[in-house]
Design a protein around this ligand. Structure first.
Ligand SMILES: Nc1ncnc2c1ncn2[C@@H]1O[C@H](COP(=O)(O)OP(=O)(O)O)[C@@H](O)[C@H]1O
Ligand SMILES: [Mg+2]
Length: 438
């Protein structure tokens, strides 16, 4: 098959790698990712969040020249801009959601209203507010224990949670003001206590096939200190995470299925990757949010384990004939190498060198996120640079491989050494145990 992929991060690097196992991959990128360009049969550069620019490339350089079998728009901003719609309008069958369906991610009020309307499990107390008085009343009604959220996309950096980002209601109200000034509306949610996990699923508009659960680490520094980032790394341990029970995964999977069924009933069928961000609490699973795409980095954990053809799955999604998929039961650890100072003061344009031979010897894999080539050199930007993947029959093996793999890249980069270690995982297990005993 010939597959057209839109995107240029580490997530798209592993997607391209998997697709290229049995298909020709064509890619439209905002910036040239050298590793993806090396996989692609052909690539084009434009602002991929601008549907008009993507449309011009598709019309002028692809249609009539290359027969594309499937189109897949990958990043959140691209889906929110309606790029899947552009591909479909050009006659390309798509395996990613259209703008109306991706709304489950780009409009958090749409998501909460959908759960409400269809009485889907996992809902939490929340209020959509458009003025100061209502916001204050909502925060007081929840005893000040809240998450304050913009409705739209913020690259994972827009949510402020009491206890973590602010303590007094007046501090929270400063953020409320900021959001009202910017958007005129925001979401106040009850703060949920528990352990967070990601469950990604393929969906063809009717059927849902879940992938293994993964836990991400958003904070910049070891032991969850520092600001939120795009994600510093993640681990998986087969069909379950150490702090979860099978019933938790079953519940989360049922929620994903219920969402897909509800969207079908509402006339906005969801085709693509539905990624639930869930919180395991003492009272069961709660929905933090849904995303309309693969997670980054958690896509790397699950796609490494996918035992079968991603191209075939994309075809089934496009055709509405999704079948079961198999995943290896190995453990995986992903660690992101980020520029020193990331996320607050990253130092861009620094030279980095990758020792591919040593990575291969270690059995570690590298995925290129945000780096570029200039005069034969590899340089960083201000964003996450590389993801390093370790895979093994135990989490210890996977962690050791990922950790050693991080040392194969030289330059002013850092990573979180604690991700995937027994020490940190045990803390999650103890936390969950304490909550369930309460
Ligand atoms: N209701 C909540 N209770 C506790 N923590 C929350 C809540 N909502 C969000 N968070 C925390 O904030 C993070 C970001 O929130 P999320 O809704 O996923 O927005 P986004 O990813 O768009 O920034 C979550 O991963 C979670 O750690
Ligand atoms: Mg999120």
């Amino acid at each position: 098959m010939r597959i057209l992929l839109i995107g240029n991060g580490a997530r798209e690097h592993i997607i391209a790698e998997k697709l290229a196992q049995d298909s020709e991959v064509y890619v439209i990128m905002s910036k040239k990712n050298p590793a993806i360009a090396a996989i692609a049969k052909e690539h084009w550069i434009c602002n991929i969040e601008n549907p008009q620019e993507v449309s011009e490339i598709v019309k002028n350089q692809i249609i009539g020249k290359i027969k594309i079998d499937i189109g897949f728009a990958s990043p959140d901003g691209v889906l929110a801009a309606g790029v899947s719609d552009v591909l479909e309008n050009a006659g390309i069958p798509i395996a990613s959601p259209k703008k109306a369906a991706a709304r489950i991610e780009w409009d958090k009020s749409f998501m909460r209203l959908l759960l409400e309307k269809h009485k889907i499990a996992g809902q939490i107390k929340h209020k959509i507010v458009n003025n100061e008085a209502d916001a204050r009343a909502a925060i007081i009604a929840l005893d000040g224990s809240v998450a304050i959220k913009p409705l739209g996309l913020t690259g994972g950096k827009g949510v402020k949670v009491s206890g973590d980002h602010f303590t007094h209601i007046d501090e929270g109200m400063i953020y409320v003001h900021e959001l009202l000034d910017k958007d005129g509306v925001l979401l106040i949610e009850e703060k949920v206590e528990g352990e967070e996990f990601s469950l990604q699923a393929f969906s063809d508009g009717h059927n849902v096939v879940a992938m293994p659960p993964v836990q991400d680490h958003k904070r910049a520094f070891s032991y969850d200190r520092g600001n939120n980032t795009g994600g510093m790394g993640s681990y998986s341990t087969g069909p379950l995470l150490p702090f979860l029970e099978k019933s938790d995964i079953d519940q989360a999977t049922r929620i994903l299925q219920a969402v897909v069924s509800a969207m079908h009933r509402d006339g906005v069928p969801f085709k693509g990757i539905l990624y639930g961000q869930f919180m395991a609490t003492k009272n069961g699973i709660r929905v933090i949010e849904f995303n309309a795409r693969f997670a980054d980095p958690e896509s790397i954990n699950v796609l490494a384990l996918l035992d079968g053809s991603l191209s075939a799955i994309f075809k089934q999604i496009a055709e509405g004939s999704l079948k079961k998929c198999n995943f290896l039961v190995d453990s995986t650890v992903v660690k992101y190498l980020v520029p020193e100072g990331y996320p607050d003061n990253p130092k861009p344009n620094e030279e980095v060198k990758v020792n591919l031979e040593l990575l291969k010897k270690l059995d570690a894999k590298i995925y290129y996120a945000s780096v570029y080539e200039k005069n034969g050199k590899l340089l960083t930007t201000g964003s996450r640079a590389f993801a390093i993947l370790g895979q093994g029959t135990t989490i210890d093996m996977a962690e050791a491989i990922a950790e050693k793999g991080c040392k194969c890249v030289s330059g002013p980069l850092r990573h979180r050494a604690d991700i995937g270690t027994n020490d940190l995982i045990q803390k999650r297990v103890d936390h969950m145990k304490k909550l369930r005993e309460r």
